[in-house]
Design a protein around this ligand. Structure first.
Ligand code: SAM
Length: 265
């Protein structure tokens, strides 16, 4: 998320009064603090130092100080650092108070026009083509709206893999640069969105949330295939289990084999 004006009054009040702010990138957060005239000390808290930093922060919390945790933009812990600190603080019986604020996934869902009663946040897809396709196949029967984060240089390849794994006709929305100057929502089918984005290089720039409608008519054959596969794979080599599960259920052998592989990793 990227609009300074979206920070809440409560978040600013907390940032002003805590003893220390643990920030994903201190330079980035220093910009935010100076914009609002705040001088609270900062310490870096990112994936490379978080494990080491946690005991020091817990000591300060246990001594009665209030600390804040922020990420560069959006909500900490959501595809961002913070989980080890929050988990350790809770495990130590310390109070952890959420300060609600922007989050790209929820922001996109709230305006995408796809079903919002049930959804699954899936973070970033794997970076390689084969791993992505394999993973998407495992999501084919999920009834909730699927929400992914993706980088601009991979958005096209990921959409193409989604179309190949979930079927070309699924409705999808590409939400780009939310809350920023070039905010765009493109909607259509997975297969229809690929050429639209391919033809316009601007649509491959910036930050993206991809939303895909969930499985509308869950396929009884597919569900039965997965159930039988789970039972057989406990006793048999995967190849044989997938072949037998396909024969029993009428589902596709390759799909079941790929699912079996994915559930082993
Ligand atoms: N913690 C953040 C949150 O609460 O949304 C997400 C951090 S994650 C490292 C960054 C990813 O979130 C981006 O690569 C993009 O997929 C998504 N994202 C963040 N800001 C966005 C925006 N303004 N528009 C679209 N997607 C965004």
């Amino acid at each position: 998320m990227g609009n300074l004006a979206d920070i809440s009054q409560r978040a600013l009040e907390v940032l002003a009064r805590v003893a220390l702010i643990a920030a994903e990138d201190t330079r980035h957060t220093a910009g935010l603090l100076s914009h609002y005239g705040l001088r609270t000390p900062l310490t870096a808290c990112h994936e490379h130092n978080e494990e080491k930093l946690v005991p020091r922060l817990l000591e300060r919390l246990a001594a009665g100080e209030d600390l804040a945790l922020v990420s560069d933009a959006g909500t900490p812990l959501i595809s961002d650092p913070g989980y080890p600190l929050v988990a350790a603080a809770r495990a130590a019986g310390l109070r952890v108070v959420p300060i609600p604020g922007p989050n790209a996934a929820i922001c996109a869902l709230s305006a995408a026009g796809l079903p919002s009663d049930r959804f699954v946040f899936l973070g970033f897809p794997p970076r390689t083509h084969a791993k992505r396709r394999e993973w998407f196949v495992t999501l084919a029967q999920e009834p909730g709206t699927l929400i992914f984060y993706e980088a601009g240089n991979r958005v096209l390849a990921t959409l193409a893999d989604l179309a190949a794994s979930l079927g070309p006709d699924r409705r999808a929305v590409v939400a780009r640069e939310l809350t920023k100057h070039f905010e765009t929502f493109l909607d259509g089918t997975l297969a229809g969105l690929v050429p639209r984005i391919q033809e316009d290089p601007d649509q491959q720039k910036g930050e993206f949330v991809l939303l895909v409608e969930g499985c509308r008519d869950r396929d009884a054959t597919g569900l039965e295939g997965e159930r039988v596969l789970r039972i057989l794979a406990r006793e048999l080599p995967l190849k044989q289990a997938a072949a037998l599960a396909a024969e029993i259920s009428g589902d596709k052998k390759n799909r079941l084999y790929t699912l079996g592989l994915a559930s082993r990793t």
